[in-house]
Design a protein around this ligand. Structure first.
Ligand code: ADP
Ligand code: MG
Length: 780
């Protein structure tokens, strides 16, 4: 021990010298000056004291006051200054990978810009910059949970910060259960919870009355304009319901928007009508009143956003604009529309940027940077920019009032991904983003009375998403009963939702009938993907058809690379079907498109290839890098060989690849019902489903397979399935998990036994024999 102790002491001294040298350098002084101007700085001493005296504290303070970048740094600095720098190890979690990376980069810069992974580092899914000298680590909450699986006591960690707890993300709520359980075992561990809103009580109570500290913020006043004012200011006229046509190009997406729960919609429309009859509206000009009477929840069109942006760029003082949109699809559509605009698309006057979960690092830098003089920065963002990312020079905010959130219908066991109204808390938060550096203005694109109809806070994620991955992770913490464990949450999920998740995990073979992890389940819990896709990957590896499966899994975890431009839907559909060659499979089409792209890249014609085939080069690139990362993890876990030709011995075998797709996507299956002139599709439980318009299978009048397997079904008011692949009865029997729908039990037991066998090296011989048998069966 004492040798180690000495090494650490020496390193601590070095850290102190370096810190002091930086603080005394001219740039260091300048940076310190900035840091001292943040509201958090005044609380520095109080915070250190509270953290020393209490195991848990809860801190609230407005976005931008310096919670994330400063508080963990205060601890680090004071430990370094007291000569114990090398002994401390601080972890700070973020809900999103992009903010973990951005914050680490920022903090490292504030500390003299030494390369990330020295002192300050980050770790996010499949990526990281972290070394043995890292003493402050920013990571996603998911990463910390994963670490807890293998290191239940967080040995060596001295401080844990859980950030953005007000968002009530699923991983954060999960973390709190685990940490609460850990604290009595690790009396020396310090836990700091950070929230951007004033609901600290809730968390403090959860931890038995932990002390709370509020950092009084500084924000400048922000003037709120609601739709009625916006129409007045811009002179824009809402014409009719059909303005939805200019909002979004994706067909599915549009259908979803039209079908936003009718009840809610009618309620809100009634509210507007009611308000229009009230005298409060009499102060508005006839034009605004007239316009407003056409308002429906779907009216927030791209054209209205364009009009607001034009107004700001023409009439308002300098300052960046932040536009809150619902998701990547509408951000990219709006960007395309704005690029064609004479003023907004002129790069000499407007710097148009986007900010979403999958943006490139180079774009990230631009978002924080200053635009050239006389150029206005306009950032189209998802609600990611609501709290975890601070863009300093924002003076104007445009708020469409919606966010795409997953909701979960436990009764139908179907996730719904719908843009829905944000909460009042979110709306306030969005507005606040305009007041960072000077008084700002916020344009809410919905009437004031609608704002008052918003829920006060958003429902915690734990209560509105399927719990499949979560339950798998809970199980790998060696928890005896998932239900009991989850009942200790801040707000426990419905028992039915928990039952559904356990049922699902059992059906894919990750849990046995007694709710114990199987060997497959153990592997799945270390793979950072959805359990279904993880299973597909493992099966692809074991059956030596790794490459195509790797492409499919990567594609399904990124997004669809096939584009569907509004005005060229037919051409795009035809282009996609060219990749299908009677495969009756969207997944195979993806594989072919990806492989074609790789070939085109080698020949230097990738751009042309994408353009001709309606493919997104950016998405293909993302799939490409995810493939590499999955490959690496599976090699690390010993599941694939270093020699690619061994892994792909059977990749040419189409029915095998189909079988592996089925093994992953099961129980997502629908039977193909042939009618006289049309096809219909029925799932086991839900009855009728429709195919997404861009599916290759939507183009056929007959399909020579009795079943389609699909990855995702989305409930709108009918249920849609996205990508699908046709499969035969024998594939379903052999690879379709343990469903009891007329499937021969003997076959099933063989397959299940098989899964257990191959995880156990001592049974490799049995496994090889079984594999031969299975291969023979499929080749028939
Ligand atoms: P909080 O976590 O309380 O919302 P942060 O610690 O993230 O606040 O940010 C504090 C301040 O640091 C911000 O208001 C901003 O001025 C500055 N800042 C944060 N990140 C960056 C960045 N990447 N580039 C420039 N300034 C930044
Ligand atoms: Mg923060």
């Amino acid at each position: 021990g004492s040798v180690m102790e000495k090494v650490l002491q020496r390193r601590s001294l070095r850290m102190r010298n370096m810190q002091r040298a930086w603080q005394e350098s001219p740039e260091g002084k300048k940076m310190l000056g900035f840091r001292k101007s943040l509201p958090a700085f005044k609380e520095n001493e109080r915070l250190l004291q509270a953290i020393a005296q209490n195991q848990v504290i809860v801190i609230s303070g407005e976005t931008g006051c310096g919670k994330t970048t400063q508080l963990p740094q205060y601890i680090l600095e004071s430990e370094i200054e007291s000569g114990r720098g090398a002994f401390c190890s601080i972890i700070c979690t973020q809900p999103r990978r992009i903010s973990a990376m951005a914050v680490a980069d920022r903090v490292s810069g504030e500390r003299g810009g030494r390369p990330l992974h020295q002192t300050v580092g980050y770790k996010v899914r499949l990526e990281g910059m972290k070394g043995k000298n890292t003493h402050l680590l920013f990571c996603t909450s998911g990463i910390l949970l994963r670490r807890l699986l293998s290191d239940r006591n967080l040995n060596g960690i001295t401080h844990v910060f859980v950030d953005e707890i007000h968002e009530r993300g699923m991983n954060e709520d999960f973390l709190l259960i685990v940490l609460k359980d850990l604290l009595p075992r690790r009396r020396d561990l310090r836990l700091v919870l950070m929230s951007a809103t004033l609901n600290a009580e809730l968390f403090s109570n959860y931890f038995g009355g932990a002390p709370t500290i509020h950092i009084p913020g500084f924000t400048y006043p922000v003037k709120a304009h609601f739709l009625e004012d916006v129409l007045e200011i811009t002179g824009y006229k809402l014409t009719s319901f059909n303005q939805i046509d200019d909002y979004g190009q994706d067909k599915m997406w549009k259908t979803q928007k039209q079908l936003v729960p009718r009840k809610r919609k009618n309620q809100i429309t009634a509210l507007v009508e009611d308000a229009l009859n009230k005298s409060s509206f009499e102060s508005y000009s006839p034009r605004a009143r007239d316009s407003l009477s056409c308002w429906t929840p779907d009216c927030i069109g791209f054209n209205l956003i364009e009009a607001v942006l034009c107004h700001i760029c023409r009439k308002e003082r300098p300052g960046a604009v932040l536009v809150f949109m619902t998701g990547w699809e509408d951000i990219s559509c709006l960007r395309d529309q704005l690029k064609a605009h004479p003023l907004l698309g002129d790069p000499n006057r407007v710097l148009l940027l986007t900010c979403h979960g999958s943006m490139a690092t180079s774009e990230q830098k631009l978002i924080f940077g200053r635009p050239p003089p006389n150029v206005r920065k306009v950032v189209l963002a998802t609600n990611m920019a609501e709290a975890s990312i601070t863009i300093n020079d924002v003076v104007f905010v445009v708020d469409c009032g919606k966010a795409k959130e997953t909701s979960y219908d436990a009764l139908n066991n179907t996730p719904c991904l719908l843009p829905s109204w944000i909460s009042q808390a979110s709306a306030r938060q969005r507005r606040g983003r305009a007041g960072r550096v000077q008084p700002g203005e916020c344009f809410h694109l919905y009437p004031r009375c609608v704002y008052h109809a918003f829920a006060e806070y958003q429902l915690p994620e734990l209560l509105r998403t399927p719990l499949n991955s979560l339950c798998l992770q809970i199980k790998s913490l060696q928890v005896p009963s998932i239900g009991e464990f989850l009942s200790a949450a801040l707000q426990p999920p419905e028992p039915l939702a928990v039952q559904n998740a356990i049922g699902f995990l059992t059906s894919i073979g990750a849990l046995d009938d007694n709710e114990n992890l199987t060997s497959l389940g153990k592997y799945l819990s270390i793979l950072p993907v959805d359990p279904k896709l993880g299973k597909m990957l493992i099966m692809g590896a074991v059956f030596h058809c790794f490459d195509p499966v790797l492409t499919i899994v990567s594609g399904l975890s990124v997004r669809d690379p096939f584009l569907l431009p509004q005005d060229k839907k037919d051409l795009a559909g035809t282009a996609k079907s060219r990749f299908s060659a009677k495969d009756y499979s969207d997944h195979m089409a993806l594989v072919r498109a990806y492989e074609g792209w790789k070939d085109a890249e080698r020949e230097g014609s990738a751009y042309e290839y994408c353009w001709r085939n309606f493919l997104s080069a950016q998405t293909l690139q993302a799939i490409h890098s995810l493939r590499k990362q999955f490959n690496y993890i599976l090699r690390d876990a010993g599941l694939v060989d270093a020699d690619a030709s061994i892994n792909n011995k059977l990749s040419h075998n189409q029915s095998l690849v189909r079988a592996i797709i089925c093994s992953g996507l099961f129980p997502g299956i629908a039977s193909v019902v042939h009618r006289e002139t049309s096809l219909s599709f029925k799932t086991m439980d839900d009855g009728q489903v429709l195919l997404y318009a861009n599916s290759v299978n939507a183009r056929y009048q007959t399909i020579p397979y009795p079943w389609l397997v699909f990855g995702e079904k989305v409930k709108v008011n009918t249920v849609f399935i996205r990508d699908s692949t046709g499969i035969s009865d024998s594939i379903l029997i052999l690879f379709g998990g343990s469903l009891n729908h007329g499937v021969q039990a003997g076959h099933l037991r063989m397959l299940e036994g098989y899964i257990d066998f191959f995880m156990d090296p001592s049974l490799v011989d049995c496994y090889l024999k079984l594999k031969e048998e299975l291969n023979e069966l499929i080749q028939k």
